[in-house]
Design a protein around this ligand. Structure first.
Ligand code: NAG
Length: 648
């Protein structure tokens, strides 16, 4: 590194011209010479310390590529092109092995055991395993006679015997058959045995198992069942194996390993729910590499204090928190001039960012951003956002202001957590990055919404070792989500950008997530609100960049004036459309509450429109269904105004 800097400095000074410079210097008066000397020193200093861009791990204009025979599926440019990444470290292929401080092998046993074997490693392994689970060990001597064995098993009420040889197991089974040791229920054998012994055990109610069966998990073993809230019906239990989690974990690691490998100095602030895979996955990456994790006090309002005390280097967040930070920064800049300066400074740093330079020591940091950085502890290396899309404005500003690497992940629990990730060096907002090295991504036609894979648009489908095994006890919904070729159908509509990154543009169904990650089914809400007496038609709007819903309401011209009169509001229909906002909103919220809507499912503001949605004005389909994209476009200005009135 130092050598490289020196070389760059030298080439900056153009050595071949040194002789000429020498002549030049000798003919100059001393003061000028000193001046030039200073200038040279400054130049050398600048060359040595000038900010360097992060070197991207692949060509940023080519961040993914199509693989043959996978229906247009695209893969990451990182890792082995011939196969998907399943693990990063050879000795961490399960989440169990992922924990570095745990050194001895453990066995999982649920019954009180005894040990009946000659000296061999399995003896000690079994003993330590028992202690781990607070079990008492009762060893049996090889030389004990049959009477003594029966006496010990009965006296100590032994239900499990771990033994080395088939012959010993047979002796134990004979005892049970003669009903002399009725408490014995399980024999775990170190040596190989055949099915006769298993059958013999079954005959007298003893479970005969191989030692491998009670050993730590293998990658294909189930590690977690993570229930997701879903949009309709009961929660779905996403079954994830150790291999699933390790593959996703490795995917994240592989993308960033050249620029930001986690190490012992890393420290993560843990406040997002650990019940979500996203948080758990990032934490496991940190502790696998010896880093530390600090847990917040449990009150999100005190997070800034926790950040200052802990000074974390890794900060997993959700967009809502980034939005809040952004709003707070701009609210504190309380004059138009201050806001202008803040934006100006962010633009200057944004220009550096577009060259790949990330730093926190520029003049703009010193003047404007160092305070913001200090409020987050001042040591952040990496922010990771996921769970919902982040607005490009917020992401762009914070990338500039915070001076650390900000990554965006996209995915869902069904692919463990992430399936795409920002490529280091591509700090442009407006997309969710490229496929992780552990999975392929393809887009599938959604003709009813006019998306076609041939045009680079369609439903996002994911395949790879990080894709789940199905929903627990729910083959029907599993089949809807996971097809026979192993592709997970996400329900999100994506679009490939020309440089191989993916942009999420829509949902297959009319379902979206608010900025805080809550699912909204607008039609469900409309079906409740439509019961409001004065309301004829309505459209509930929200999107993943907003944290609340707003509505467009068309009152019934026949019913509304009379309804309003009872509330003391008088006027023509058109007049009333202006001054019944409060009364109608109140009625909608009342109905919503009665129907059990969550507060985030309620509209926070409405606009009252005095013309019905119709086929003629293009807002209804011929079957009289709302044309949602058209409604959104038609009322765009009103919707924007509703949101800005809420945030004030
Ligand atoms: C990738 O393409 C998108 C869309 O054209 C663009 O916004 C983005 O800046 C590009 N990224 C890079 C690193 O060039």
């Amino acid at each position: 590194m130092e050598k490289m800097q020196a070389q760059e400095m030298m080439s900056g000074l153009r050595i071949p011209e040194m002789d000429e410079l020498g002549h030049f210097f000798r003919s100059l008066p001393t003061s000028t010479l000193v001046g030039i000397g200073a200038l040279t020193a400054v130049l050398a200093y600048w060359l040595a310390t000038r900010p360097r861009p992060i070197k991207p791990p692949c060509d940023l204009l080519h961040q993914s590529e199509e693989v043959p025979n996978e229906g247009g599926g695209r893969r990451s440019m990182m890792g082995d092109p011939s196969k998907l990444l399943t693990h990063y470290h050879d000795d961490a292929r399960t989440m169990y092995e992922d924990v570095p401080w745990k050194k001895h092998i453990l066995l999982y046993l649920s019954l009180t055991p005894t040990l009946f074997a000659q000296n061999r490693p399995e003896w000690i392994i079994s003993e330590l395993a028992c202690y781990t689970y607070s079990m008492v060990v009762v060893p049996l001597y090889d030389t004990l006679g049959p009477d003594a064995i029966r006496f010990i098993i009965n006296t100590a009420e032994i239900s499990t015997v771990i033994c080395d040889k088939v012959e010993k197991a047979q002796v134990l089974l004979d005892n049970v058959q003669r009903q002399e040791t009725p408490c014995l229920r399980r024999i775990i054998l170190m040596d190989a045995f055949d099915t006769d012994l298993v059958e013999c055990g079954k005959g007298c109610g003893v479970h005969v198992q191989a030692m491998q069966e009670v050993e730590p998990p293998a990658p294909e073993d189930l590690s977690i069942v993570c229930f997701t809230s879903g949009t309709t019906g009961n929660p779905k239990g996403v079954m994830l194996t150790h291999g699933n989690v390790v593959a996703d974990f490795s995917g994240f690691l592989k993308v960033t390993d050249k620029v930001i490998f986690p190490n012992q100095d890393d420290c993560l602030i843990s406040f997002l729910p650990l019940a979500h895979m996203f948080e758990r996955l990032i934490e496991s990456v940190v502790y696998c590499h010896g880093g530390r994790i600090g847990f917040y006090q449990g009150d999100i309002r005190l997070l800034p204090d926790d950040m200052k005390a802990l000074r974390p280097t890794i900060f997993p967040v959700v967009p809502r928190l980034l939005n809040r930070m952004y709003d707070k920064i701009f609210n504190q800049a309380n004059t138009p001039l201050k806001r202008w300066l803040l934006n100006f400074a962010a633009k200057r740093k944004g220009a550096e960012l577009s060259r790949g330079v990330i730093r926190s020591d520029s003049i703009w940091d010193k003047i404007f951003f160092s305070k913001i950085q200090a409020s987050l502890g001042g040591r952040l290396r990496m922010i990771i956002t996921g769970a919902a899309p982040t607005s490009p404005t917020v992401l762009g500003f914070l990338r500039a202001a915070l001076g650390c690497q900000v990554y965006e992940a996209y995915g869902q629990t069904e692919c463990t957590a992430g399936c795409t990730y920002t490529t280091p060096g591509d700090w442009t907002p407006g997309h969710v990055g490229a496929p992780l090295p552990c999975n392929l991504i393809k887009l599938v036609d959604v003709p009813e919404k006019n998306y076609f894979a041939a045009k680079g648009e369609g439903e996002v489908c994911v395949k790879g070792p990080n894709v789940f095994k199905g929903y627990l006890k729910d083959p029907e919904r599993t089949a809807e989500t996971l097809d026979s070729e192993g592709w997970l159908h996400t329900g999100d509509i994506g679009k490939w950008l020309h440089n191989g990154t993916l942009k999420i543009i829509d949902r297959k169904k009319h379902i979206f997530k608010l900025a805080q990650g809550e699912y909204i089914s607008p039609e469900k809400i409309e079906n409740i609100y439509i019961r409001s007496e004065p309301v004829a038609q309505l459209y509930v709007h929200g999107d993943s960049l907003q944290s609340c819903l707003v509505g467009i309401v068309v009152p019934d011209p026949e019913v509304m004036p009379e309804w309003a009169r009872k509330k003391g509001l008088i006027g023509t229909y058109k007049d009333l459309c202006k001054n019944t906002v409060g009364a109608i909103l109140e009625d909608l919220v009342r109905l919503g509450k009665a129907a059990g809507l969550h507060s985030f499912e309620q509209v926070k503001n409405i606009y009252i429109h005095n013309e019905m949605f119709s086929i003629e004005n293009g807002l209804l389909t011929p079957t009289l269904k709302a044309k949602r994209p058209e409604l959104k476009e038609f009322f765009k200005v009103k919707i924007d105004r509703l949101y800005s009135s809420i945030s004030m």
